[in-house]
Write a protein that binds this ligand. Structure first.
Ligand code: 6GU
Length: 269
């Protein structure tokens, strides 16, 4: 087929100027689980819109024998299976597009995932055109695999999960929704919790229809149509919520009384 634009079709990106579609490669022992999630909701839409590509690899395809062995008991004893180094190392070396690709291992021993790390990994994905995630096992992977191919280790919090798949999916979702053009207006991301628009704090309360539910009315200001007042209410509400629920995210109280956050550090409008 030739490359002519059909009537009514979206104009195609110009090949010489369009950046290549960044690819996120996920290596896992549970590829069906990972594929199912990445095909769903916003991460799925992002791939269908051509803003990202996912490549899910079954580490078992790199098993050390014909029985599909990818893990074994730990030298020195102890309960639990350890993922062997050869399948992990060989899978990473086979699938990565460049030797200097960032290879993230999901493990409870990694650095804690955050909005800041999301943006760092997003920049990495955009700069190198790829990001590789290895889903760790709950018990761990052979230390030599880390040494040989892993460049970063990420945890999603201080609790233990059965495997690194859910954490890897958390990381991918957080990054992909920040790729330019992935979120539409109706997904409204600019003032989400932890964003610059919220000064790194929490989002405000939100309401939709009906106006009264079980005797609980929507705050009047939100029904007023007065956009400046609504914005002011939301900023105050978000700041108050942050102070109450996550005081460590709120700015310190100044000497001589608290000044509402929206009155400080904000661009003049
Ligand atoms: Cl990255 N892996 C596992 N197994 N458990 C976790 C985790 C990762 N992050 C928090 N808990």
């Amino acid at each position: 087929m030739c490359s002519g634009t059909e009537p009514g079709a979206e104009p195609a990106a110009t090949p010489e100027t369009a950046a290549p579609v960044p690819v996120i490669r996920v290596l896992t022992l549970f590829p069906d689980m990972v594929r199912a999630v990445l095909a769903t909701s916003i991460p799925g839409r992002a791939e269908r819109q051509g803003q990202v590509r996912y490549e899910v690899t079954d580490i078992r395809d790199f098993a050390v024998d014909k029985h599909g062995s990818v893990d074994d008991t730990a030298y020195g004893g102890g309960a639990g299976m350890i993922m062997m180094a050869p399948p992990v190392v060989e899978a990473v070396e086979k699938v990565r597009g460049r030797d200097d690709a960032t290879v993230i291992l999901t493990t409870p021993q990694g650095e804690t995932f955050s909005e800041e790390l999301t943006l760092e990994l997003l920049a990495d994905l955009q700069a190198k055109g790829e990001l590789v995630l290895v889903c760790g096992r709950y018990k761990g992977i052979d230390e030599r695999a880390r040494e040989l191919v892993v460049t970063r280790e990420v945890s999603i919090g201080d609790y233990v999960l059965s495997g690194g798949e859910l954490p890897a999916l958390v990381v991918v979702d957080a990054i992909v929704r920040r790729l330019p053009g992935v979120l539409h207006d109706e997904d409204s991301a600019a003032n989400d919790s932890f964003t610059a628009d919220r000064d790194g704090g929490l989002d405000c309360a939100w309401y939709t229809k009906p106006p009264v539910y079980r005797g609980l009315a929507v705050p009047e200001v939100l029904m007023s149509g007065h956009h400046a007042n609504i914005e002011k209410w939301r900023r105050l509400q978000a700041a108050e919520r942050t102070r109450q629920r996550r005081p460590e995210l709120a700015p310190p109280e100044p000497q001589g009384g608290r000044v509402p956050r929206q009155d400080r550090n904000r661009r003049q409008q």
